[in-house]
Write a protein that binds this ligand. Structure first.
Ligand SMILES: [Zn+2]
Length: 126
């Protein structure tokens, strides 16, 4: 999903630049009728540059959103990997401890039920 967004971001960027050129080329033309009644197309360079700018700008916005999304997804994937490895158990342990239904042995770290007064290692509950 992360790579997908990155690839789509790249495609949008390339297509956007091409699209901007096409947009600028087609919309940067002023059509007017000459004195003889014939259609006359004249390139308006200011209009061309403005349309190109609009195209490139919107492309930059869309692709940067996709790149940001790809970054966020990568970050989430890293968090997920971290949690699924070993930290998830300690997170669950501390959640249990917060509930107060269990206690952690100060000597061996074992989680014991609150009904248990002495840990399996011999250490008594404090
Ligand atoms: Zn113990």
């Amino acid at each position: 999903m992360k790579d997908f967004c990155y690839v789509v971001g790249c495609i949008v960027m390339v297509l956007g630049v091409i699209g901007s050129i096409v947009l600028a080329a087609s919309l940067g033309v002023e059509v007017s009728y000459s004195h003889y009644g014939t259609l006359r197309e004249e390139r308006n360079w200011l209009l061309t540059i403005v349309w190109f700018g609009v195209g490139v700008l919107s492309t930059a916005v869309v692709s940067s959103i996709l790149f940001a999304l790809s970054e966020v997804l990568g970050y989430l994937a890293r968090i997920n990997n971290k949690l699924t490895s070993s930290d998830i158990n300690s997170v669950i342990d501390s959640m249990k401890l917060v509930e107060g239904s269990e206690w952690r042995c100060s000597r061996c770290g074992r989680i014991n039920n609150k009904a248990v007064g002495t840990c399996a290692c011999g250490q008594s509950r404090e």
